[in-house]
Design a protein around this ligand. Structure first.
Ligand code: CTP
Ligand code: MG
Length: 233
């Protein structure tokens, strides 16, 4: 089973409070996105790895990417993550990729992804009619905030999962669903499929597969990558 990885990497990382986009922040001596690409290159099922940058990105060419043989770079990022993904999918279609090709959309900002999880999800979803996403069951008790940060009530967590990436769907179906609207309610690929009436599958992810969003997440990612490197020595 072969698939394509598509990495939206056209964000500015505003919540990191850093002058450079977070995908280029230093993480254990390499730009953050380098670790994400390394993890994806370790997945044999991924025939192509496609990065979507913003048109004005001046950081990419300041690093050496020659070690990544299956990489394609597109400079067609949009104003939102969904638009960046849609533009990337349209470019793949225009370049002749088949409509039924599996595409795994993965946040550039999730550098601690374990390659085995990706191979596992491709194996699990390869014959699924829709596709699915990595996710983890919610562990903490959930509170709904009321006035003045008081607790209005406890929200039952039964059946609640936190969505992660990769999110694996067929190229044509995903592009069509995103094409039906990319408003604020479309916060991941699965939500676009759900809105169109499809039923994506949940595949067990990992708490290590965190998205670097706030400055402290960078420290956490650094520790996780160091632990992975130690385990693989
Ligand atoms: N992304 C993108 N195009 C955008 C916005 C986001 O390709 N217009 C990408 C980011 O580069 C990131 C992924 O989508 O890899 C997840 O988004 P997020 O974590 O929200 O990153 P940013 O939008 O860059 O961060 P922030 O929301 O804090 O500004
Ligand atoms: Mg964002």
């Amino acid at each position: 089973m072969k698939a394509i990885a598509l990495l939206p990497a056209a964000g500015s990382g505003s919540r990191m409070n850093s002058p450079r986009p977070k995908q280029y922040l230093d993480l254990n001596g390499r730009p953050l996105i380098w670790h994400t690409l390394l993890a994806l290159h370790a997945v044999p099922e991924l025939a192509r790895i496609v990065v979507v940058l913003s048109a004005g990105d001046e950081w990419w060419e300041t690093f050496d990417w020659s070690g990544f043989a299956r990489l394609t770079v597109l400079r067609c990022g949009g104003d939102s993550r969904a638009e960046s993904v849609k533009n990337g999918l349209d470019a793949l279609r225009a370049a002749g990729e088949a409509q039924d090709e599996w595409v795994l959309v993965h946040d550039a900002a999730r550098p601690c992804l374990a390659p085995e999880l990706v191979s596992g999800m491709i194996g699990e979803l390869g014959y699924h009619p829709v596709g699915g996403i990595l996710a983890v069951p919610v562990a903490d008790t959930l509170k709904l905030a009321g006035e003045g940060q008081s607790i209005a009530r406890t929200h039952p967590r039964d059946g609640l999962w936190q969505a992660q990436t990769p999110q694996m769907f067929r190229l044509g179906m995903l592009a069509d669903c995103l094409g039906q609207g990319m408003g604020p309610d479309i916060t991941d690929e699965a939500s676009a499929l759900e809105k169109a009436g499809h039923t994506p599958q949940l595949v067990m992810g990992s708490p290590w597969n965190l998205k670097v969003t706030y400055p402290q997440d960078l420290q956490l990612a650094s520790l996780i990558l160091a632990a992975h490197a130690e385990r693989n020595r």
